[in-house]
Design a protein around this ligand. Structure first.
Ligand code: F6R
Length: 600
């Protein structure tokens, strides 16, 4: 969702901003723009569509050494050139980019801007016009910016240019992510370190309700009362090659292929010197003291949470509930006496999950975040963090983060079981090693899965995924992957549930993908497959070795029964990938979607 970059220094800024925006493309956007400043003033270029379109519209003859850029994912107002950022004040003195949502922008418009002609439908324009209004009333830019920030309700990451302050970019943050990057003779701002890794790996985190004045020599952080704040920079431990596609056609297929390696990295990261899996004792203590765990997440991370519940209940015997964050925040269930909250989030920035975390902290409860991004908002604001070690996930459709979340949840449940003195009859390090090998076998089965995608999904209008027990949860994820990148309407169902209504949708040839990896329900899921086949469906059974039947279309290697989600999802990821390719969809950047969903 919206991305921001900014640079002030000694190099021509156009390419730095455009490259930075390209690195933020993964977040999802529908228009983009840059504003660059030189002696002649501010030059704004913006376009609806891709960065490639913006690139074409930028005048190569205009050189400048300071500028800001933005990718917009439309919230207020349609995706259009007019609504694209940067937005300018009436006189053109101020130019602003914004990530987030201003909840009271209508009210501010009525109260302060009744005389100001607004050009766009955005909430952002209100901010830039307010700054100009307060400057016209006599404040200097810094004071006008601060006064405006104090009026805003909602989320924002902002970068502002002022023609009368040519040596500075004014920056502020509340709830939306924003970092300042440090260089020799230049400084930068970015929603994500990846965007500015091209020029620096030194970053300073910003906290909510902070404002920053960035010049090429200095970064001055203040709170909204103008008090100075000092904060040490950190080194972004990202390898530029982590964020390149290399020889792969798409990030998604690269990230699918990285899953065996990520699983091995996770084992290593959580192994103690004795070779045993270990988790911070404070986290285990918190789990042990809790009478109930509440997992809160969205989308794919929610699906990982469903699998995690099985681990925590079956291995550690701790009652666990799993909730969709956007529902939980407004419709909180009756909580147990000593709850512990577990937030699962690849990005660590998802606004729906964060809204729950804020509420939970207000209520005085403890929270653990499981995330791929160290220092992300959900990580900083929780009491504890467990990292996924999956490396940057760029494709919008989450793949390696999902399996990493499940692997970390398994390790957490395993450690909690040991902490509670429960002996398990398997060695998780050994079993995860088997999983990593099985993942490799599946990643090598691309041709076979491409053929299955062609046979079942090339022209399908809709598709059902069925499974029982853990397979049901993986089916939900398989359906989400398919719909988000191929736009085939897909739904996951518990095998036994289809006949209670949805079976009415089965027609001749409707693809039904059934998972059969659980011995206890193998016969029943096969009964469900027969039910749909009898009504004309085209079933595609994916089973686990040892449970397979003659007509099964694909058989996955055998792994421990609890850990099957880690591998049964891979054929589903690959089916979605090839279905999207066959249908000429933009695999890495599906329509309407954003990678980091920073608005509620
Ligand atoms: C689907 C997908 C989304 C995310 C969801 C939560 O492929 O990626 O459903 O899982 O938006 O995002 P995070 O995990 O960053 O909180």
């Amino acid at each position: 969702m919206c991305g921001i970059v900014g640079y002030i220094g000694y190099s021509d800024v156009k390419e730095i901003l455009l490259k930075g925006l390209e690195k933020l493309e993964y977040r999802g956007y529908d228009s983009a723009g840059i504003a660059i400043r030189n002696e002649e003033g501010i030059h704004v270029f913006k376009e609806k569509g891709r960065i490639a379109d913006l690139r074409k519209s930028v005048d190569p003859s205009v050189a400048a050494k300071a500028g800001i850029g933005h990718t917009r994912w439309a919230t207020h107002g349609a995706p259009s050139k007019l609504n694209a950022h940067p937005h300018q004040s009436v006189s053109g003195r101020f130019t602003l980019v914004h990530n987030g949502v201003i909840e009271n922008y209508e009210q501010l418009k009525k109260e302060y801007l009744f005389d100001t002609p607004l050009k766009s439908d955005t909430d952002t324009e209100v901010i830039v016009q307010l700054i100009e209004l307060f400057v016209n009333e006599g404040l200097d830019t810094e004071a006008a910016f601060r006064k405006t920030l104090k009026l805003l309700k909602g989320s924002y990451a902002l970068a502002l240019l002022d023609t009368e302050a040519p040596d500075a970019i004014f920056v502020a943050k509340n709830k939306s992510p924003l970092l300042v990057g440090l260089g020799e003779g230049f400084n930068v701002v970015a929603s994500d370190a990846m965007a500015m890794l091209q020029v620096t790996d030194q970053f300073v985190e910003l906290m909510d309700q902070e404002m920053v004045i960035v010049t090429k020599e200095q970064v001055t952080i203040q709170n909204l009362d103008g008090e100075r704040i000092t904060r040490a920079p950190y080194t972004a431990e990202l390898d530029a090659s982590d964020i390149e596609k290399g020889t792969y056609a798409h990030y998604m297929i690269k990230e699918i292929d990285e899953q065996p390696l990520v699983t091995r990295k996770i084992i290593q990261a959580y192994q103690s010197e004795t070779g045993k899996l270990s988790i911070d004792a404070n986290i285990l203590q918190a789990l042990n003291e809790a009478d109930r765990l509440y997992i809160v997440a969205c989308g794919t991370s929610y699906h990982a949470g469903l699998v995690g519940k099985q681990f925590l209940e079956k291995m550690a015997k701790i009652p666990t509930e799993v909730h969709v964050a956007s529902e939980f925040v407004y419709n909180m269930p009756m909580l147990s006496e000593k709850p512990l909250f577990i937030f699962i989030s690849q990005s660590g920035e998802t606004a729906d999950s964060r809204a729950v975390l804020v509420k939970v902290k207000e209520l005085g409860y403890q929270a653990l975040t499981i995330t791929n991004v160290p220092g992300s908002t959900l990580s900083r604001e929780a009491d504890y963090t467990l990292l996924l070690h999956a490396g940057p996930e760029i494709a919008v459709a989450s793949t390696k983060a999902y399996t990493a979340q499940i692997a970390v949840l398994a390790i957490l449940a395993n450690a909690a079981a040991q902490f509670r003195g429960r002996a398990l009859d398997f060695d998780l390090v050994h079993e995860l090693g088997i999983v990593a090998n099985a993942m490799e076998i599946l990643c090598d089965a691309k041709e076979e899965l491409e053929q299955i995608a062609r046979d079942y999904l090339a022209t399908a209008r809709n598709c059902f995924f069925i499974g029982r027990s853990t397979d049901f949860y993986v089916g939900l994820e398989g359906a989400l992957k398919l719909k988000e990148i191929s736009y085939i309407q897909a739904e996951g169902f518990a095998g036994g549930e289809l006949k209670h209504g949805t079976i009415a949708l089965i027609e001749d040839g409707t693809p039904v993908i059934a998972l059969a990896t659980q011995e206890g329900v193998n016969l029943s899921i096969r009964g469900n497959v027969k039910e749909v086949a009898a009504r004309g469906a085209n079933p595609c059974v994916i089973s686990m070795k040892g449970l397979e039947s003659e007509d099964d279309r694909f058989v996955i290697p055998e792994v421990h029964e609890l850990l099957t989600p880690l591998i049964s999802v891979i054929p589903l990821q690959l089916l979605a990938y090839y279905a999207a390719l066959h249908r000429n969809c933009d695999v890495d950047k599906p329509r309407n979607l954003a990678k980091s969903v920073t608005v509620e």
